[in-house]
Design a protein around this ligand. Structure first.
Ligand code: GLA
Length: 356
């Protein structure tokens, strides 16, 4: 019998926007992301090695199916680290050959690297007939991110990419990994505005923030910040106080946002997003003047709620806007922006990683 050519299969993993719950994940707190209708697509056949090329990148990846050997540079670092993490979980060394394409803008705070990791991991598991629990796959991809670029991130981005549901945000407790889908109110759209200011958490203050937070938590005897109130922070002062206070109040804002979404309480959503942005600006010190300006412009144009989203130090804001005003608000924010060329995207909350 003639051998049949290996079938071409296509896998998609979305980027994410975090509605609220910023820098809460790596201390076991609450986050509320939505997967986006922007993502990374991997179109491959099963093969002996992992051989991938990508639109927009000249560098190709050509590595062993278990990720072993010399580490590639550039985007290939993520691929190799994912393959190595999955090999450590017992995935048989089946390779993939084909292409990678992305609609997630890199460095915009929308988790382009997590989408790449999750898309590659989903493909590698599928061709090897390995079925991992979604959050086990997400954790492997989180570990790959840290292995590839040394960023001590939490599980937010990768979890959002696997758990996403159309028209829902995902409430995830990063401590217990319990999660539930929270419907987004009909009539509200997600507006993501990219400041154009680029950041890479390899070199941003991301790791410093985590260290400063943990110094504060160590002084308090390592409590779970999601169970603290601001009144519990009397033993702290200065930077550790501000870092812990952000995380404590941000966890509370995630709970309150879920309640406000369920009740369609727009005034409360506006106040919570505003409070989150101010806490990131003043206590966690991760916003930029460009992000502060975009948030002000969004509220001035009539957004229900707006705040910086993602790791910070550049990237995007997320706003909740009424459907019938969405286009107008998007253009007013972009036109009013004085600190560069912003790009507005009206997005839909989408399904998580899957074969397409
Ligand atoms: C980045 C990290 C996430 C999370 C956010 C901030 O996206 O990868 O783990 O910490 O920043 O909420």
């Amino acid at each position: 019998m003639a051998a049949t050519a290996a079938a071409t299969r296509r896998f998609l993993a979305p980027g994410r926007v975090n509605l609220i719950g910023e820098h809460t994940d790596y201390s076991g707190g609450l986050v509320l992301p939505a997967a986006l209708d922007l993502g990374v697509t991997v179109t491959v056949t099963a093969a002996e090695r992992i051989r991938l090329h990508s639109d927009g990148h000249t560098a190709r990846v050509d590595i062993a199916a278990d990720g072993s050997g010399d580490r590639p540079v550039g985007w290939g670092r993520f691929v190799a680290a994912v393959a190595a993490q999955l090999a450590a979980l017992g995935r048989p060394p089946v390779g993939i050959e084909g292409s990678v394409s992305s609609t997630v803008p890199p460095g915009a705070g929308l988790s382009s690297s997590a989408a790449l990791e999750v898309a590659v991991a989903t493909a590698l598991c599928a061709v090897a007939d390995v079925a991992l629990e979604p959050l086990v796959l997400a954790a492997a991809c989180r570990n790959a991110e840290e292995e590839a670029v040394g960023v001590p991130c939490g599980i937010l981005d990768q979890a959002a990419s696997v758990l996403g549901e159309p028209d829902h945000a995902i409430l995830l407790d990063c401590g217990s990994l319990a999660h539930e889908a929270v419907p987004l109110p009909a009539g509200l759209r997600l507006l993501v505005v990219d400041s154009g200011e680029r950041h890479a958490h390899e070199s941003s203050g991301y790791a410093d923030r985590r260290r400063e937070l943990e110094a504060g938590l160590a002084t308090l005897g390592w409590p779970a910040p999601a169970e603290l109130s601001p009144d519990d922070l009397g033993a702290l002062e200065g930077i550790p106080l501000r870092r812990v206070r952000h995380v404590v109040t941000e966890n509370a804002r995630v709970r309150d946002t879920v309640a406000a979404l369920r009740h369609g309480d727009e005034a409360q959503l506006g106040a919570l997003f505003r409070g989150s942005h101010e806490s990131m600006r003043d206590d966690y010190e991760i916003t930029t003047l460009a992000l502060d300006e975009l948030v002000d412009l969004a509220y001035a144009a009539g957004a229900v709620a707006a705040r910086m989203t993602g790791g910070g130090f550049g990237g995007s804001i997320v706003a909740l806007v009424h459907e019938d005003a969405a286009e107008r608000i998007a253009s007013e924010v972009v036109e009013g922006f004085t600190r560069g060329a912003a790009i507005a995207r009206l997005c839909a909350a989408s399904a998580g990683a899957r074969e397409v």
